[in-house]
Structure formats: structure tokens, C-alpha cells
Design a protein. Sequence first.
Length: 320
Amino acid sequence: MNEKVYRVLEFDKIKEMTAQKAISPMARKDIGEIVPVFEEHKIRDMLAETDEAVSVIMHKGALPLGGLRDVKRSARYAEKGGVLSMGELLDIMTSLRVARETLEFMKDDAFSDPDSLHHIKGYMEVINPEKRLEDHIDSCIESEETMRDTASPLLHDIRRRITRQREAARDRINAMVSSNTNKELLADAVVTMRDGRFVIPVKQENRAKFPGIIHDRSATGATLFIEPQSVVNINNEIRELELKEREEINRILAELSREENRLLPDGIDYLSITGLRVEARQKLQEIRPLSIGQAGRISGVSPSDIAVLLIWLSQHEKGE
């Protein structure tokens, strides 16, 4: 069919109108690449798929596909050893949730007939829910910018220490600001922040009475923003803890990024691994998965079994 016929039929306009109904960027992309099909058997198959989809919608409503993300690029990057951002991991978690909910949506007695929904069931069979990975990401990441305190015991401890040190610094500097002795020496009785440090506004002529580090000055130069020496050490400790916090966050992101593709060594005797449930031992010993991700998809292997397997793998890698 030539371009003139496409224009007469307004084929591009039809695709644009259809794309507006798509609920994911992948669907919109696929719609944009649609071309007419002329082989009769392909046409019949596609019409049958459409009939099945209409049957599902009429029986149960639209599939729960809202929130589906295109995570192929992130998955490939993680496979190559890259560390994903919190936003990328949240997209993966959302897509895993959509996959799981779609499979649950399709579990219906009305669809139990082997001859019903032949085409759609074929698509369902290639979906592998990863509830363990979904839950792990959710337990670690709160938003695109925030990792949960519960992501690891070390992160929780570091943040607790940061909070304690900030309170100590704030109490000490507030005492200086509220002191009657210092009222006439300060430009204002307030505590502000400069470069993540607590500072007080000191009149220029009183600089010598407040030993510490100057972080800023007012436009006129009449006021200096000084970090008192008495809180410098506390602020230094806070900065060191913040660096440790960032390191731990990066470690957790790296762990989440590689968890799916973490390989299991050959020759594991799953029957001898303490902590695995009997059913999990037997299934793992029989199927012998290549990676943690594959192990998590085996029916009968629970998230707690995967946790035991991860601990065993870490000890094995350390030679313990």
C-alpha cells in the first residue's frame, strides 16, 4: 500500500487517536510503529486477540496496567554492573507490581477453560512476578530522593547519630544566641545555616569575641556569619556522618541493582543449607537456578528462603 492510500485513509490520524488512549510509553511507541497487515492468518490471529481482550474487559473491566514503566534501559544497565538511581528502582518496583497484579487479575474461574483466552494466556505465561524484589525495593526506598531508615541497620544508626549531633549543635549555639552577654554583640538573635553549618550573625566590630570560622558576610559587610569554634567539631562530625550515610545509600543501591543478576555458584548442595525450608531445598536442588532472580521465581521458594540464600552466598563469597 503506497503513501497516498495511507493519507486518504488518514491512517496516521487513526494511530494518533489510538495512542492517546495508551496507558504506557511502550504502548504509545508500538502504536506509532503500526503498519497494515495483509496476510490472512495474521489478521485472523490479531482479531482473535482483540476479541479475547474485549471478553476480559466485558467480564472484569480493564486490566490494572496503570503505572507501567519502560525499564528496559535500566535493566540492561544493571545487567552490565551499573548502579541504578532510587527513581529507576522505584520504576522497576512499580512495573513488578503491575505485572503481579495483572496475573492476579487474570486468575478467574471464568478463564479456567483451556480453550479460552488462548492468545492472552500465552502472554501471561511469560510474565514472571518478582514479589521478593518488589518488596525489597519498597522496604528500602521511600521516594526518588529518599531512602528509608529501615533500608539497613547501619543506615538507621548513622541517621540516628546525625540527629543527635544536630540537636547538640543546635542546643549549644542557641545558648550562645540567647545569652544576655552576647545580645549586644550580635546583629540578630537568630541561628541560620551556611554550607550546611550552624552560624550566628556577628557584628563586624565584635569579630574577635567570637572565635570560629567565617562562612559568609552581609552585602554591606557589617555582619559576619560565624560558625563558633565550640560547634565546629560537632559540625565536622555531622559532615563525616553524612558522608558515611551517602556511602551506605550507594552500597544499598548497588545491592538492589545487582540482586536480580547475582549468580549462584555451580555445585551448591541446597539440601545442606541451614535455614531453608524443606520444600525450598528440594525445589532448588532439583531445578538448580543460575541466579538469585531465577531462584526467587521458583514456586515454593519464599522471600525468607531467598534471604537465607543471600546470607549463605555472602558467606560463601567471603570464604567463610
